[in-house]
Write a protein that binds this ligand. Structure first.
Ligand SMILES: O=C(O)CCC(=O)C(=O)O
Ligand SMILES: [Fe+2]
Length: 228
């Protein structure tokens, strides 16, 4: 007997821009908290995924992690010291996660990059950055010529390091603590569709333990596999 799978159903909000229907859809879920700020559209949902799914994802990340990279290299080799990996959507737990994220955010799955896993050991961090690519940056064409820039970010903490590892949005003075299964999501664009510099954020240094997260980014246009 085969296990029935729930198909991924697009809610029809495309790339996530304009954002009003996306915001309304996200707020229709129970337990969603919106950070009050005129500068940035940021949501959190605690317990978005169960601890056993988090544990399965950690096992996958540990099996295939590699050093992280950055775009528009700024000469700071310590800018992003974590490890990263692409999670294969053919793996059932990844497919399950994918479906939950799409249900949550309502964007067209065709606009999504493959889900990535990130792992930070003690002392590792990701300094202040934006998830969108700088339109004036040297790497813009390389990363954005086909699918366009990033629109929305979804990030989920898979565990709680013993110390450190918070995510900080300095422009709104907001620091979010890792919590197993907690989702963060924000719009990287302003209402006019231009990149929003107030989305600058950092993954702070892990001081004790290890930190695991997954990230999923959506694009202005459909994602072509192998682009980045
Ligand atoms: O690990 C974090 O808290 C932030 C991760 C992040 O910003 C990213 O991967 O783009
Ligand atoms: Fe980021």
């Amino acid at each position: 007997m085969t296990t029935p799978t729930t198909p991924v159903v697009a809610k029809g909000f495309g790339s996530g821009h304009p954002s009003e229907p996306v915001v309304a859809h996200i707020l229709s879920h129970s337990g969603v908290q919106r950070t009050p700020s005129p500068k940035l559209t940021l949501f959190q949902k605690r317990g978005f995924i169960a601890p056993d799914l988090c544990a399965d994802l950690i096992t996958l990340i540990d099996a295939i992690r590699r050093p992280s990279t950055v775009s528009d290299y700024n000469g700071d080799a310590a800018f992003r010291t974590s490890e990263t990996c692409d999670l294969d959507p053919a793996i059932p737990v990844v497919a399950d996660l994918e479906r939950r994220i799409i249900d949550f955010i309502g964007l067209d799955p065709a606009h999504g990059e493959p889900i990535q896993g990130q792992r930070y050991a003690i002392g590792q961090e990701f300094k202040g950055h934006t998830d969108y690519f700088e339109p004036q940056g040297i790497d813009f064409h390389k990363y954005c010529s086909v699918a366009g820039n990033r629109t929305w970010t979804v990030m989920i903490y898979l565990n709680e390091p013993e110390a450190g590892g918070a995510t900080r949005f300095k422009t709104i003075d907001k620091t979010i603590q890792p919590e197993t299964g907690k989702l963060l999501s924000w719009n990287n664009l302003r209402p006019d569709g231009s990149p929003n510099p107030s989305t600058i954020h950092q993954g702070m240094k892990v001081r004790a333990g290890v930190k695991y997260v997954i990230t999923k980014w959506f694009r202005e246009r459909p994602w072509a596999f192998g682009e980045a």
